[in-house]
Design a protein around this ligand. Structure first.
Ligand code: C2O
Ligand code: CU
Length: 536
């Protein structure tokens, strides 16, 4: 039996929450900080070996295209919390395999939906044609298969994928529809980074959950905080109370904040420094010595940690710095808690030092931008407009640098994510960003009343109908409408907005009639080759 509220219940909850956010925010916030509900993390014993998602490298066909098969399915997962929980996953009951793709290769993914609900699958951080992006418009009806394809053309990076159906993303990601996606690039091999998957190169999908006594997940994407659900139990790669046996002097952690709304300020439990080597979109120019790296939902970082033989030390999370306007971070996820424990073997295999120069990351040049666009974020809208799938909010010329100026007009935290690859952070409240935000990013924290200026540029793929998304990656906010749509166009393109969802079973713009369950997927595939040709 699923604990998931029915659609009607969820609609009611959403309506309630909208009203709360619009009209009763102060009351709700006061009540929450008094209760502290769902914000504290219960400390657990670290007694379960950390496991890693299986790697899916795809099959290379005669024409060189690599094909990956993913099936969204429902199942049960025993998190050791009193019994099995109803969950969803890809090629398994919870989360999905780690997809590995190599720069320069053509790839094709067959995403089959065996759930009894509609879903989509979005490639977060990937540079892909809008029709292949897996955003809210690329719906995969139950029983059908979606077949996006593209050419991988971006640097080595730790990306991820997750479902993205408008209004349902928070609950679907929470129930398990997410996974890692690693881009490999032979050019990055000289960086001296640990690279043995599951041994010294560890993907860490970090989430917070709440369980009831029989082990079921509490599925309440709305939660008690104005930023959305906060769980009381940390789950890493689907494991509660995880430890990892370290056998090498250095270990690379690929950190992904895949939580609905919790912020993590990662550091080691003894405060030792680590080297940060990559941010969302790829390697930093040089390794950075840090003792903390803060990630808002959707952000990633790669860090290299060095261990001494025989020691036990944990990756912890410390109270996040959410900006001066926030009186208490209690209701946004706070406190200090351990995330995963590392137990170093009595003798460790030597690890190469991290190279002093990692990648060529040219400094962003704001003078190249021809336009400045402004994005004002509130609880339920961007520039006063809640998400509308039938409205194009921004029309952006291809191959053109622009400044996107994002202001958080709220007293609460938001972040900002842009589809189709990476951007650069130019300034935060007028100052240069700290070095951990100076590389390639696709998601950035925007503190209350702050303004972040980004340098964006979209290349290769133009489409006057099918949009990409920009949005807050706190999943409740995204679902409630803190999202907008942009199309990338060539000179002379006439913008034709996409059909709204209630139109989507009629004749969609540029789509063939839908007369069988599998037609939408085939239609997508038929349009693919032309999109890919415009790429590199
Ligand atoms: Cu990770 Cu539009 O999202
Ligand atoms: Cu937000």
């Amino acid at each position: 039996m699923s604990r998931r509220p029915s659609l009607t219940q969820r609609r009611a909850l959403r309506a309630w929450s909208l009203a709360a956010l619009l009209g009763m925010a102060a009351v709700v916030l006061t009540a929450c900080s008094a209760m502290g509900t769902g914000t504290g993390i219960s400390q657990v014993e670290f007694t379960h070996p950390l496991t890693f998602p299986a790697v899916l490298s795809g099959d290379r066909g005669p024409d060189g295209t690599r094909t990956y098969d993913l099936t969204a399915e429902a199942g049960t997962t025993d998190f050791g919390m009193g019994g099995p929980a109803d969950t969803i996953g890809l090629n398994g009951s919870y989360l999905g395999p780690t997809l590995r793709m190599t720069r320069g290769e053509r790839v094709k993914v067959r995403v089959r939906n065996d759930l009894d609900e509609m879903t989509t699958l979005h490639w977060h951080g990937l540079h892909v044609p809008a029709r292949m992006d897996g955003g809210p418009h690329q719906m995969i009806e139950p029983g059908t298969t979606w077949r996006p394809r593209w050419t991988v053309d971006q640097p080595a990076a730790t990306l991820w994928y997750h479902s993205h159906p408008h209004g349902e993303t928070a609950q679907q990601v929470y129930r398990g529809l997410a996974g890692m996606l690693l881009i490999d690039d032979p050019e990055a091999d000289g960086a001296g980074l640990p690279a043995e998957y599951g041994v010294d190169d560890l993907p860490l999908v970090v989430q917070d959950k709440t369980f009831v006594d029989d082990g079921q997940l509490v599925v309440d994407p709305i939660g008690h905080a104005s930023t959305g659900f906060l769980g009381d139990t940390i789950v890493v790669n689907g494991v509660v109370g995880a430890f990892h046996e370290v056998t090498t002097e250095a270990v690379r952690l690929r950190l992904l904040n895949a939580s609905n709304s919790r912020f993590y300020n990662f550091g080691l439990s003894d405060g030792r420094e680590f080297q940060m080597v990559a941010s969302d979109g790829g390697l930093l120019p040089q390794p950075l010595d840090l003792d903390r790296i803060q990630l808002s939902p959707g952000e990633r970082a790669e860090i290299v940690v060095r261990f001494s033989p025989g020691e036990t030390v944990a990756l912890a999370s410390y109270p996040p710095d959410l900006g001066h306007s926030i009186g208490t971070s209690e209701r946004f996820g706070s406190g200090t808690f351990d995330v995963v424990q590392f137990r170093a073997a009595p003798s460790l295999t030597a690890s190469a030092p991290v190279a002093p120069e990692l990648a060529d990351v040219p400094a962003p040049d704001a003078a190249t931008a021809t336009t400045t666009r402004r994005f004002g974020i509130t609880d339920t809208a961007i520039n006063g407009r809640p998400m509308d799938m039938g409205r194009i909010d921004q029309v952006v010329p291809i191959d053109t640098s622009e400044v996107w100026e994002v202001t958080n007009q709220n007293p609460q935290p938001h972040n900002f994510h842009v589809h189709d690859g990476s951007f650069r952070v130019l300034t935060i409240d007028g100052a240069a960003p700290p070095p951990q935000l100076a590389g390639y990013k696709d998601t950035v924290y925007v503190a209350p009343r702050s303004t972040v200026r980004l340098l964006v540029r979209f290349t290769d793929y133009a489409d006057p109908t099918w949009p990409y998304m920009f949005h807050c990656h706190l999943l409740l906010h995204e679902d409630m409408g803190v999202m907008g749509q942009f199309v990338v166009v060539r000179p002379g393109d006439k913008v034709v907005p996409p059909p709204r969802p209630h139109d989507s079973h009629n004749l969609g713009v540029g789509q063939a009639p839908v007369d069988s369950a599998t037609a939408p997927a085939e239609t997508q595939a038929a349009h693919t080759d032309h999109s890919v040709r415009s790429g590199g």
